[in-house]
Design a protein around this ligand. Structure first.
Ligand code: ADP
Ligand code: MG
Length: 392
């Protein structure tokens, strides 16, 4: 059997520059790269002011760009046939359909922050499979913010770029996501997981060297069709905000593990009790995982991954049969822990496995999928890569 679980690379900056030249008949001023991410643990905690622990992936999105002086933005993607063109002055929230909403949202966010955008030609190329929970959208908005800012004489700090990219998704695309994906893409470093307190925005680079421990992180793309993602995400977020209001706290982050039982008693219905229990226990699991990583005891984090999955499945109710089947098959095949990663309702599953066991673990998922008639899953080994940067 051919190895299917190898490491994917970032797109080539020169190929992206070539595509730009072919499309626009001139030189790009630069090429910027922003990676996708895997969240190790801490799901749906970021919009509750909680804790997250993502790594950046080698999979990344490249954007070649050059300023225009005529107030026009032209956008192309090597992954999308649709070319987009508009006047920057006409960009208003939720007016741009399809993929172009993300990069135009990035321009809109920059303009809202006082960066005058004269116009832009942009060519995008990506190795991040989109819509699978690896955060291609944040890579697209982050890379666009960087390209537009740098070609217009601005140089926002990485955390500022993340905030602008989040603003693009929240305020322009209409997706009420938290700050994790953009922060991972901008702030993560090779060989580390990014521990982030999404309230204070404080971050810590936690060493994450699996190979040194004889371990590997297998990512399984379940290929489950996304079902009602955006509506369900917004609905989860609303129910958390409502629960925080009932409990009289600024955010669910303020409910501690010790205070959980009292909080559950104070809530009016089972659904909100389940949602709150997920968020509170998930925050505690992130802190515990960080403690294990700091102590070099990564293997034991596997049990926390598995507990996180059960919480997403039973309390947050954001998993689907393909995802649960993958987790069960991975654990049965000997994984130290497995969980869905990302917003849910499909997407990817991660498993902490013995280095070298990736192929057999993926084969176990394949077999379980065949039995249930699910589409063939894909897999790769994730290594913590560097965050966004200018490459040309
Ligand atoms: P995720 O961020 O997990 O990949 P999202 O649904 O948030 O999933 O974002 C996916 C969307 O981002 C795509 O539907 C598309 O609009 C846009 N996108 C991502 N990558 C590209 C790309 N290379 N070219 C064009 N659009 C892209
Ligand atoms: Mg996204």
């Amino acid at each position: 059997m051919t190895a299917t679980t190898g490491v994917t690379a970032a797109p080539s900056a020169s190929a992206c520059a070539d595509a730009f030249r072919d499309a626009y008949g001139r030189e790009p001023e630069g090429v910027w790269i922003a990676p996708g991410r895997i969240n190790l643990i801490g799901e749906h905690t970021d919009y509750n002011d909680g804790f997250v622990l993502p790594i950046a992936l080698p999979h990344a999105l490249a954007a070649a760009g050059a300023r225009r002086a005529d107030g026009v933005v032209r956008l192309r993607s090597r992954q999308s046939g649709e070319e987009f063109s508009a006047r920057v002055a006409d960009l208003v929230p939720e007016s741009v359909p399809g993929w172009a909403a993300y990069p135009t949202g990035a321009l809109w966010a920059l303009a809202g922050a006082g960066v005058r955008i004269d116009g832009l030609d942009l060519m995008v190329d990506s190795t991040i499979p989109s819509g699978t929970g690896l955060s291609s959208s944040a890579a697209l908005t982050c890379a666009t913010v960087l390209a537009a800012a740098h070609t217009h004489g601005a140089d926002p700090a990485p955390a500022r770029v993340a905030a602008l990219a989040q603003r693009a998704e929240n305020g322009f695309v209409g997706m009420p996501c938290g700050i994790m994906d953009q922060s991972a893409s901008m702030l993560a470093t090779a060989g580390h997981a990014l521990f982030m307190d999404t309230r204070s925005l404080e971050t810590e680079q936690v060493p994450f060297d699996l190979a040194a421990r004889g371990l590997a992180l297998l990512v399984v793309d379940t290929r489950a069709p996304h079902r009602h993602v955006d509506g369900a995400y917004a609905e989860r977020r609303r129910s958390c905000e409502e629960a925080a209001r009932v409990l009289g706290v600024p955010a669910l982050r303020d409910v501690t593990a010790e205070g959980l039982a009292a909080a559950l008693d104070a809530l009016p219905d089972d659904v909100s009790r389940h949602r709150v229990r997920h968020v509170v226990t998930e925050n505690a699991r992130v802190l515990e995982t960080v403690g294990l990583l700091r102590a070099g005891d990564v293997r034991r984090a596997g049990a926390l991954f598995t507990a996180s999955h059960a919480s997403m499945r039973d309390d947050y109710e954001i998993t689907v049969p393909e995802v649960d089947t993958a987790v069960d098959a991975l654990l049965a095949a000997g994984a130290h822990g497995a969980r869905m990663t990302g917003g849910g309702f499909g997407g990817c599953v991660i498993a902490l496995v013995a280095d070298g066991a990736q192929e057999s673990c993926l084969a176990a998922v394949r077999a379980a999928y065949r039995e249930r008639g699910f589409a063939e899953p894909a897999g790769f080994t994730a290594v913590p890569a560097e965050g966004a940067r200018r490459v040309r």
